[in-house]
Design a protein around this ligand. Structure first.
Ligand code: FRU
Length: 469
């Protein structure tokens, strides 16, 4: 369809939908959410000329996945965001079924986007093109078209380019499925972003000691943290085990070292990045001060999405909060970006036994609690966290089946930091050693209630609601 026609329908969807969406009691007060329709992956996350830019997979026309657009926000501080012109609409033949995920780099002081043009055929098959678009003086993006078609040996599932510069050359990782239906990550190199040389598979199912490890790997990101390289990606098709891999799809990482000259990534074991219910397709960028920052999608592509109560209000899904990454003893540590402390308002502090703790309003709030003895924490009427001295169990009722479902974390608990925002809770364990990220949909104004004999020391803040302009 013509770009102008797509934009007219997009405008109509926003005109019709935004009041209803803004009336939703589950609408987040400080997380990024689509004004209408469906949001999924963070894309093109980059810092440039005083602003963080965050693009996102967006279906403005529906709460189902479909032909994706790229929405665009920017922020000077990771807290106050403003809408920017819609960056990409799927108007060309080489992206007829969506401008899929990708990344951003800076060329000649302007943002260049690298994304996947997704094309589906009537017989159910598909192909993919990796495409470029370049920022112009109006802050809009001019498409430069495909720079890479399907590499030989792979199905039509080759997507989600993440590009970075190393020693004066451009490198790209791509998520891929080979013809044997094995998930892989490809590494490519270029002098100019236009011509790419495929250096081969650097990780994948059946490679590097991983054994059989999924039929498709999506959304790779490769970056350096301290002395290590981190390959983050989302494998699909890992069977659930009793206490891990419980979500339909995972997001996780491999630590290792990329040998650029030989295109080989020596790596250790796979680790899941999140122990909660909803976390997928994370993407990172470098902050001006050298921190490695991350946004994730607080969703999982699965059958249950349409059961979210927000769908009745014409929108679905949010981003996670921005997080900063570090490494500690071979573990990826995720903490809320320090900028988020700017949201903190009214504060209270309390010490004593869990069962005597005051009930805390958590509609939009942060709690930090130091605790090591067993306790129970009710989060509204929609989530319950139990620490039994050996593991945390986080439980809720499944929106489709009504049955209880749980996620787990094993370890020695010392501290929890909870960021709560109407339809989500992000639980940072032991200063970011692990995170449990989850949607939840309380049916009344949620409060947190502690139970048990444990001695605890807590701080609680109400969080403010910065305007999204
Ligand atoms: C991950 C993903 C990507 C794809 C995009 C489409 O959630 O499936 O692989 O590019 O979403 O919206």
């Amino acid at each position: 369809m013509q770009e102008a026609s797509l934009l007219k329908h997009l405008t109509l969807a926003v005109m019709r939908g935004q009041i209803r969406a803004s009336q939703d009691p589950h609408r987040p007060s400080w997380h990024l959410a689509p004004c209408v329709g469906l949001l999924n992956d963070p894309n093109g996350f980059i810092y440039h000329a005083g602003y963080y830019h965050l693009f996102y997979q967006w279906n403005p026309l529906d709460c189902r996945h479909g032909s994706k657009y790229w929405g665009h926000w920017r922020s000077p501080d990771l807290v106050h965001w403003e809408h920017q012109p819609v960056a990409l609409v799927p108007s060309e033949e080489y992206e007829s079924h969506g401008c899929y995920s990708g990344s951003a780099v800076i060329v000649d002081d302007l943002i260049t986007l690298i994304y996947t043009g997704n094309v589906k055929y009537p017989d159910g098959s598909r192909t993919a093109f990796q495409c470029l678009a370049q920022e112009n003086e109006q802050g809009e993006f001019d498409k430069l078209g495909p720079v890479l078609s399907l590499p030989a040996g792979y199905t039509g599932h080759v997507r989600d380019p993440k590009v970075w510069q190393h020693n004066g050359q451009w490198y790209m990782v791509l998520g891929a499925q080979d013809k044997q239906r094995q998930g892989k990550v490809l590494l490519l190199r270029s002098d100019n972003l236009h011509e790419w040389q495929n250096l081969g598979e650097i990780a994948g199912s059946g490679l590097g000691g991983l054994g059989s490890f999924g039929y498709m790997w999506e959304c790779p990101d490769l970056f350096t943290l301290g002395e290590q390289d981190v390959l983050m990606f989302c494998p699909q098709g890992i069977p659930a085990e009793a206490e891990c891999y419980r979500n339909t799809f995972q997001a996780g990482y491999l630590l290792g070292k990329l040998d650029y000259a030989n295109a080989v990534l020596g790596h250790q074991d796979f680790h899941e990045m999140d122990a909660g219910f909803e976390f997928y397709a994370p993407q990172t960028t470098l902050a001006a001060d050298g921190r490695r920052l991350l946004f994730g999608w607080m969703g999982i592509p699965d059958d249950d999405e349409l059961y979210h109560p927000t769908v009745a209000y014409g929108w679905i899904h949010t981003m996670t909060c921005p997080r900063e990454l570090s490494l500690d003893e071979g573990k990826l540590i995720q903490r809320p970006a320090r900028e988020l402390t700017a949201l903190r308002g009214e504060h209270q502090q309390w010490q004593g036994r869990a069962q005597d703790a005051p009930a805390l309003p958590i509609s939009s709030a942060e709690i930090i609690v130091n605790i090591s003895e067993p306790f129970v924490l009710e989060l509204g009427d929609a989530l319950i966290l139990v620490w039994d001295g050996e593991r945390i169990t986080l439980s809720r009722h499944n929106l489709r089946t009504g049955l209880q479902e749980s996620r787990y974390w094993w370890g020695e608990l010392q501290q929890l930091q909870l960021l709560c925002d109407r339809c989500s809770i992000e639980i940072f364990i032991n200063h970011g050693e692990a995170v449990m990220t989850s949607c939840y949909f309380p049916t009344e104004e949620p409060i947190a209630i502690f139970n048990g004999n444990a001695e605890l020391c807590l701080r609680h803040w109400l969080l403010s609601s910065p305007m999204l302009e």
